[in-house]
Design a protein around this ligand. Structure first.
Ligand code: PMP
Length: 434
């Protein structure tokens, strides 16, 4: 095998478990050899063989401006010259906190961290510390990072506690995590009826991007909000993926339009706010944040938190996305991609549907949009895998698993979308032959 990707993969597997530093990159779900990326620019990435791909992963969400945006590059280069890390406060951290707060009205304070996992884990600790309660509710198919208490799959019956999804997580560590079906009103009612006084928080991906693309229905979000208020629990929106990706005000602004008076209690951000650098955050009211160290007893810290190069990258990114018309253009492009793919599938007689919000999208080899995890997993995986490889062979890089969302950036042009749809028409035609 002369393919340099294959050579690198074999070399990587000798020194890195599975050859990758994050599992989905290994192409286990779709099979084949992962592409080792050499460089990226705008909407494109080039692999070790020099093959170009139109990139619909965008580093799993952060690259909303595309790769190597000049204003972001300039800010990062300038910051790097000033110093990589000080372990002391900087003015840029205040600026980034102010920028996030200005765009998200539910937040009065933020704490910056280095990954979505850290932010989600810290949000849960804060929710537990602030309420003095232990139990948390999450939904099957939502991913909130790999903190032990969140690596849980649904129990067998209604309102039962879950089982660890990972070896190395003792059952006792997840004994307070209740896992319910997404968009299932009866289950959330039953959970609050049984455990209401003990629930610290309900954590949700408002538009779930870790089971492809599934929206929490408006009545579902509305009811959770009411139940949380009624029982003194906190509603945590994990916007690591949706934050500044689906709208300038994030997913909570989309739900606030549909539900008068709606705001989550705690929000978790990552990806876009770092513009591709390791940066994430959790934010809430001053009242809740007063429980966090050094003000209060809930401990949380980080050597690289608020890193000066990462904050420069995040700030420059937020500045670009706040420009007038940014999300309208991004949403229109993403919609035209999804409708182009849908029409091409229809023309080939293949059951297919898709959805998008802002610059985030998903599609399914199925007639209608799934509403929860089990429905997503019942869609046609074999077709997805063949489609994925058909697209990759034609220079289009989609997420390598049917349970992942896709991302369009401001750098994608109408010509890129048209080329993608043309590639899809060929890939669908191949699928319908077999
Ligand atoms: N929450 C959500 C919704 C995510 O999509 C992710 C990562 N894809 C995380 C949390 C964890 O973030 P990180 O990978 O930066 O730890």
């Amino acid at each position: 095998m002369t393919d340099r990707n294959q050579t690198l993969f074999e070399r990587a597997q000798r020194v890195i478990p599975g050859g990758v530093n994050s599992p989905v990159r290994a192409f286990r779900a779709v099979g084949g050899t992962p592409r080792f990326i050499a460089r990226a620019q705008g909407p494109y990435m080039w692999d070790a063989e020099g093959q170009r791909y139109i990139d619909y992963i965008g580093s799993w969400g952060p690259m909303i401006l595309g790769h190597g945006h000049p204003a972001v590059l300039e800010a990062v280069q300038k910051a790097a010259l000033e110093g990589f890390s000080f372990g002391a406060p900087t003015e840029r951290e205040i600026e980034l906190a102010e920028a996030i707060i200005a765009l998200v009205p539910s937040i009065e304070q933020v704490r910056l961290v280095s990954s979505g996992t850290e932010a989600g884990m810290s949000a849960i600790r804060l929710a537990r510390g602030a309420t003095g309660r232990s139990k948390i509710i999450k939904f099957e198919g939502c991913y909130h990072g790999h903190a032990d208490a969140l690596l849980v799959k649904a129990g067998s019956g209604l309102a039962t506690f879950g089982h660890p999804t990972s070896a190395g997580v003792p059952a006792e560590v997840v004994q307070h995590t209740l896992v319910l079906e997404y968009n299932n009103l009866a289950q959330i009612e039953a959970a609050f009826a049984a455990h209401g006084a003990d629930i610290a928080c309900v954590m949700i991906e408002p538009i779930a991007g870790n089971m492809n693309f599934v929206r929490a229905q408006v009545p579902f979000v509305k009811r959770i909000h009411e139940l949380c208020k009624q029982h003194g629990a906190l509603f945590v929106f994990d916007e690591v993926m949706t934050g500044f990706r689906v709208a300038l005000g994030s997913a909570q602004s989309v739900y606030a339009k549909a539900i008068p008076g709606f705001a989550p209690d705690i929000s978790v951000f990552g990806k876009v706010i770092g513009g591709g650098m390791p940066l994430a955050a959790f934010g809430t009211t001053r009242e809740i944040m007063k429980h966090l160290a050094p003000l209060g007893p809930v401990y949380q810290a980080g050597t690289l938190s608020g890193n000066p190069v990462a904050t420069a990258c995040g700030l420059a990114t937020l500045k670009e996305i706040a420009k007038p018309g940014f999300y309208e253009a991004l949403a229109a492009k993403t919609q035209s991609l999804v409708s182009g793919l849908t029409q091409a599938a229809q023309a080939a007689g293949i059951p297919f549907c898709g959805d998008s919000e802002g610059g985030m999208f998903g599609f399914f080899f199925f007639d209608s949009l799934p509403q929860h995890y089990n429905a997503v997993m019942a869609t046609d995986k074999e077709r997805f895998n063949r489609f994925f490889h058909g697209m990759l062979d034609r220079g289009v890089y989609l997420a390598p698993a049917l349970y992942e969302a896709g991302f369009v950036s401001a750098a994608h042009t109408e010509a890129d979308i048209a080329a993608t749809v043309a590639a899809a028409a060929e890939a669908f035609a191949d699928l319908s032959k077999a």
